[in-house]
Design a protein around this ligand. Structure first.
Ligand SMILES: [Fe+2]
Length: 278
Protein backbone atom coordinates (compact mmCIF):
# COMPACT_ATOMS: atom_id res chain seq x y z
CA UNK A 1 0.00 0.00 0.00
CA UNK A 2 1.31 3.45 -0.86
CA UNK A 3 2.44 5.61 2.02
CA UNK A 4 0.40 8.41 0.45
CA UNK A 5 -2.77 6.39 0.42
CA UNK A 6 -4.02 7.88 3.63
CA UNK A 7 -3.40 11.47 2.49
CA UNK A 8 -6.07 13.54 0.86
CA UNK A 9 -5.51 13.97 -2.87
CA UNK A 10 -5.04 17.70 -2.45
CA UNK A 11 -2.06 17.21 -0.11
CA UNK A 12 -0.47 14.73 -2.50
CA UNK A 13 -0.91 17.12 -5.37
CA UNK A 14 0.60 19.94 -3.31
CA UNK A 15 3.59 17.78 -2.41
CA UNK A 16 4.16 16.79 -6.03
CA UNK A 17 3.85 20.40 -7.15
CA UNK A 18 6.39 21.42 -4.51
CA UNK A 19 8.91 18.84 -5.70
CA UNK A 20 8.35 19.79 -9.33
CA UNK A 21 8.80 23.45 -8.54
CA UNK A 22 12.03 22.71 -6.65
CA UNK A 23 13.39 20.75 -9.62
CA UNK A 24 12.42 23.58 -11.98
CA UNK A 25 14.23 26.14 -9.80
CA UNK A 26 17.40 24.00 -9.70
CA UNK A 27 17.29 23.47 -13.47
CA UNK A 28 16.75 27.19 -14.10
CA UNK A 29 19.71 28.02 -11.86
CA UNK A 30 21.93 25.46 -13.64
CA UNK A 31 20.81 26.78 -17.00
CA UNK A 32 21.58 30.38 -15.97
CA UNK A 33 25.01 29.37 -14.68
CA UNK A 34 25.76 27.61 -17.97
CA UNK A 35 24.69 30.70 -19.90
CA UNK A 36 26.84 32.96 -17.72
CA UNK A 37 29.88 30.75 -18.23
CA UNK A 38 29.24 30.58 -21.95
CA UNK A 39 28.97 34.37 -22.10
CA UNK A 40 32.22 34.68 -20.11
CA UNK A 41 33.92 32.26 -22.52
CA UNK A 42 32.71 34.35 -25.45
CA UNK A 43 34.12 37.53 -23.90
CA UNK A 44 37.40 35.80 -23.13
CA UNK A 45 37.59 34.75 -26.77
CA UNK A 46 37.20 38.39 -27.73
CA UNK A 47 39.95 39.31 -25.27
CA UNK A 48 42.19 36.69 -26.87
CA UNK A 49 41.46 38.30 -30.23
CA UNK A 50 42.64 41.66 -28.84
CA UNK A 51 45.84 40.03 -27.53
CA UNK A 52 46.47 38.31 -30.84
CA UNK A 53 46.04 41.58 -32.73
CA UNK A 54 47.87 43.91 -30.36
CA UNK A 55 49.44 42.66 -27.16
CA UNK A 56 50.04 46.20 -25.87
CA UNK A 57 46.35 46.97 -26.10
CA UNK A 58 45.61 43.66 -24.36
CA UNK A 59 47.86 44.68 -21.47
CA UNK A 60 46.44 48.23 -21.42
CA UNK A 61 42.82 47.07 -21.12
CA UNK A 62 43.70 44.66 -18.31
CA UNK A 63 45.47 47.41 -16.34
CA UNK A 64 42.50 49.70 -16.93
CA UNK A 65 40.17 46.91 -15.72
CA UNK A 66 42.21 46.55 -12.52
CA UNK A 67 42.08 50.29 -11.76
CA UNK A 68 38.41 50.62 -12.77
CA UNK A 69 37.43 47.75 -10.47
CA UNK A 70 39.19 49.35 -7.53
CA UNK A 71 37.35 52.61 -8.18
CA UNK A 72 34.03 50.78 -8.61
CA UNK A 73 34.49 48.93 -5.34
CA UNK A 74 35.49 52.10 -3.51
CA UNK A 75 32.38 53.78 -4.92
CA UNK A 76 30.34 51.06 -3.19
CA UNK A 77 28.98 49.43 -6.34
CA UNK A 78 27.54 45.97 -5.87
CA UNK A 79 29.07 42.85 -7.36
CA UNK A 80 26.90 42.93 -10.48
CA UNK A 81 27.76 46.56 -11.22
CA UNK A 82 31.46 45.90 -10.60
CA UNK A 83 31.40 43.13 -13.21
CA UNK A 84 29.74 45.49 -15.63
CA UNK A 85 32.47 48.09 -15.07
CA UNK A 86 35.10 45.40 -15.59
CA UNK A 87 33.59 44.38 -18.92
CA UNK A 88 33.47 47.97 -20.17
CA UNK A 89 37.11 48.43 -19.11
CA UNK A 90 38.26 45.23 -20.81
CA UNK A 91 36.62 46.10 -24.12
CA UNK A 92 36.70 49.90 -24.14
CA UNK A 93 39.33 50.01 -26.89
CA UNK A 94 38.18 47.05 -28.96
CA UNK A 95 37.32 49.49 -31.74
CA UNK A 96 41.04 50.14 -32.15
CA UNK A 97 41.71 46.69 -33.54
CA UNK A 98 39.70 47.67 -36.61
CA UNK A 99 41.72 47.36 -39.80
CA UNK A 100 41.05 51.02 -40.67
CA UNK A 101 42.91 52.17 -37.55
CA UNK A 102 45.70 49.60 -37.30
CA UNK A 103 48.40 51.51 -39.25
CA UNK A 104 47.57 54.82 -37.59
CA UNK A 105 47.80 53.34 -34.11
CA UNK A 106 51.08 51.56 -34.78
CA UNK A 107 52.90 54.42 -36.50
CA UNK A 108 55.66 55.91 -34.39
CA UNK A 109 54.73 59.52 -34.99
CA UNK A 110 52.48 62.17 -33.52
CA UNK A 111 48.92 62.02 -34.85
CA UNK A 112 47.91 64.38 -37.63
CA UNK A 113 44.48 66.04 -37.33
CA UNK A 114 43.08 63.62 -39.94
CA UNK A 115 44.51 60.64 -38.08
CA UNK A 116 43.09 62.00 -34.83
CA UNK A 117 39.64 62.12 -36.42
CA UNK A 118 40.03 58.52 -37.56
CA UNK A 119 41.13 57.39 -34.10
CA UNK A 120 38.13 59.18 -32.61
CA UNK A 121 35.87 56.74 -34.45
CA UNK A 122 37.00 53.88 -32.22
CA UNK A 123 34.18 54.16 -29.62
CA UNK A 124 31.57 53.76 -32.38
CA UNK A 125 33.57 50.98 -34.03
CA UNK A 126 33.88 49.23 -30.67
CA UNK A 127 30.17 49.52 -29.92
CA UNK A 128 29.45 48.11 -33.38
CA UNK A 129 31.78 45.14 -32.80
CA UNK A 130 29.99 44.43 -29.52
CA UNK A 131 26.48 44.95 -30.86
CA UNK A 132 25.74 41.18 -31.14
CA UNK A 133 26.02 40.86 -27.35
CA UNK A 134 24.04 44.05 -26.65
CA UNK A 135 20.93 42.02 -25.85
CA UNK A 136 22.85 40.22 -23.10
CA UNK A 137 25.08 43.10 -21.96
CA UNK A 138 23.30 46.35 -22.91
CA UNK A 139 25.61 48.24 -20.55
CA UNK A 140 28.71 46.99 -22.39
CA UNK A 141 28.28 48.60 -25.79
CA UNK A 142 26.78 51.74 -24.16
CA UNK A 143 29.80 52.03 -21.86
CA UNK A 144 32.29 51.44 -24.66
CA UNK A 145 30.53 54.02 -26.83
CA UNK A 146 30.73 56.60 -24.02
CA UNK A 147 34.25 56.11 -22.65
CA UNK A 148 35.57 59.29 -24.30
CA UNK A 149 32.67 61.48 -23.26
CA UNK A 150 33.63 64.28 -20.88
CA UNK A 151 31.84 65.51 -17.78
CA UNK A 152 31.59 69.04 -19.25
CA UNK A 153 29.92 67.80 -22.45
CA UNK A 154 32.85 68.37 -24.81
CA UNK A 155 33.73 64.73 -25.34
CA UNK A 156 32.83 62.38 -28.17
CA UNK A 157 31.04 60.85 -29.98
CA UNK A 158 27.71 62.19 -28.58
CA UNK A 159 28.85 65.07 -26.37
CA UNK A 160 27.02 63.63 -23.38
CA UNK A 161 27.26 65.68 -20.22
CA UNK A 162 27.47 64.85 -16.51
CA UNK A 163 25.42 61.96 -15.24
CA UNK A 164 24.01 61.30 -18.70
CA UNK A 165 27.32 59.54 -19.27
CA UNK A 166 26.96 55.93 -18.02
CA UNK A 167 28.65 55.46 -14.65
CA UNK A 168 30.83 52.62 -15.97
CA UNK A 169 32.13 54.90 -18.73
CA UNK A 170 32.89 57.68 -16.20
CA UNK A 171 34.89 55.22 -14.10
CA UNK A 172 36.72 53.76 -17.08
CA UNK A 173 37.57 57.25 -18.37
CA UNK A 174 39.57 57.96 -15.21
CA UNK A 175 41.22 54.53 -15.15
CA UNK A 176 42.06 54.79 -18.86
CA UNK A 177 43.62 58.25 -18.58
CA UNK A 178 45.55 57.25 -15.48
CA UNK A 179 47.02 54.26 -17.29
CA UNK A 180 47.92 56.26 -20.39
CA UNK A 181 49.86 58.88 -18.41
CA UNK A 182 51.37 56.57 -15.79
CA UNK A 183 52.42 53.86 -18.22
CA UNK A 184 53.57 56.10 -21.05
CA UNK A 185 53.26 55.85 -24.78
CA UNK A 186 55.62 55.27 -27.63
CA UNK A 187 56.27 58.99 -28.03
CA UNK A 188 55.61 60.03 -24.43
CA UNK A 189 57.49 59.06 -21.29
CA UNK A 190 55.58 57.58 -18.41
CA UNK A 191 54.77 59.88 -15.49
CA UNK A 192 55.40 59.15 -11.85
CA UNK A 193 52.46 58.04 -9.73
CA UNK A 194 52.08 61.48 -8.15
CA UNK A 195 52.31 63.30 -11.50
CA UNK A 196 49.70 60.94 -12.96
CA UNK A 197 47.41 61.61 -9.98
CA UNK A 198 47.86 65.35 -10.53
CA UNK A 199 46.89 64.90 -14.18
CA UNK A 200 43.66 63.23 -13.06
CA UNK A 201 43.04 66.02 -10.53
CA UNK A 202 43.39 68.62 -13.30
CA UNK A 203 40.49 66.94 -15.15
CA UNK A 204 38.15 67.23 -12.15
CA UNK A 205 34.79 68.64 -13.25
CA UNK A 206 35.90 69.15 -16.86
CA UNK A 207 37.00 65.79 -18.23
CA UNK A 208 36.00 63.64 -15.27
CA UNK A 209 33.17 63.19 -12.77
CA UNK A 210 34.34 65.33 -9.81
CA UNK A 211 33.01 62.91 -7.17
CA UNK A 212 34.88 60.02 -8.77
CA UNK A 213 38.07 62.06 -8.99
CA UNK A 214 37.80 62.91 -5.29
CA UNK A 215 37.41 59.22 -4.56
CA UNK A 216 40.30 58.23 -6.82
CA UNK A 217 42.62 60.72 -5.08
CA UNK A 218 41.93 59.50 -1.54
CA UNK A 219 45.24 58.12 -0.17
CA UNK A 220 43.88 54.61 0.58
CA UNK A 221 42.47 54.38 -2.95
CA UNK A 222 45.70 55.62 -4.51
CA UNK A 223 47.54 53.05 -2.41
CA UNK A 224 45.39 50.28 -3.90
CA UNK A 225 45.96 51.64 -7.41
CA UNK A 226 49.72 51.82 -6.79
CA UNK A 227 49.75 48.23 -5.56
CA UNK A 228 47.73 47.03 -8.55
CA UNK A 229 50.16 48.82 -10.86
CA UNK A 230 53.14 47.25 -9.10
CA UNK A 231 51.69 43.74 -9.25
CA UNK A 232 50.45 43.88 -12.82
CA UNK A 233 51.89 41.37 -15.23
CA UNK A 234 51.05 41.41 -18.91
CA UNK A 235 49.52 38.25 -20.38
CA UNK A 236 52.41 35.83 -20.81
CA UNK A 237 51.47 33.94 -23.94
CA UNK A 238 49.42 35.56 -26.66
CA UNK A 239 47.11 33.03 -28.29
CA UNK A 240 49.21 33.01 -31.46
CA UNK A 241 52.16 31.63 -29.45
CA UNK A 242 50.15 29.20 -27.38
CA UNK A 243 51.43 25.75 -28.31
CA UNK A 244 48.85 23.86 -26.32
CA UNK A 245 46.37 21.91 -28.35
CA UNK A 246 42.83 23.20 -28.00
CA UNK A 247 41.19 21.06 -25.35
CA UNK A 248 37.48 20.50 -25.61
CA UNK A 249 37.36 19.65 -21.94
CA UNK A 250 39.27 22.75 -20.80
CA UNK A 251 37.38 24.42 -18.00
CA UNK A 252 35.12 27.26 -18.99
CA UNK A 253 36.36 30.54 -17.50
CA UNK A 254 35.14 31.71 -14.16
CA UNK A 255 32.59 34.45 -14.63
CA UNK A 256 33.80 36.41 -11.64
CA UNK A 257 36.70 38.80 -12.10
CA UNK A 258 38.58 36.43 -14.32
CA UNK A 259 41.17 39.03 -15.34
CA UNK A 260 41.86 40.41 -11.93
CA UNK A 261 44.61 38.06 -10.87
CA UNK A 262 47.91 38.89 -12.49
CA UNK A 263 49.62 36.13 -14.44
CA UNK A 264 53.24 35.88 -13.22
CA UNK A 265 55.83 36.35 -15.92
CA UNK A 266 59.09 38.12 -16.42
CA UNK A 267 57.49 41.44 -17.25
CA UNK A 268 57.18 44.37 -14.92
CA UNK A 269 55.14 47.50 -14.80
CA UNK A 270 57.70 49.39 -16.83
CA UNK A 271 56.38 50.55 -20.18
CA UNK A 272 56.41 47.75 -22.71
CA UNK A 273 58.44 48.49 -25.78
CA UNK A 274 56.39 50.43 -28.25
CA UNK A 275 52.95 50.81 -26.71
CA UNK A 276 50.32 51.75 -29.23
CA UNK A 277 49.12 55.31 -29.67
CA UNK A 278 45.99 56.14 -27.70
FE1 LIG B 1 39.66 54.80 -26.08
Amino acid sequence: MSRFSDLPHARIATAIAGVASGIAIIRARQSRQRMERFAAATLETLLNAIDANDRDTGAHVRRVANYALILAEEAGLDDRACRSVERVALFHDIGKIHEALFDIIHENTTLTPAERREIDTHPRRGAAVLSPVAKFYPDLSEGVLAHHERWDGTGYPRRLRGERIPLAARIVAIADSFDVVSHGRRYQRSMSMSAAAEAIARGRGTQFDPALVDLFLLPPVLDRIREAKRLFRAPRIPPSEDRREPAADRDAPDVRFRWRSPVPNDGGDAPASGPARR
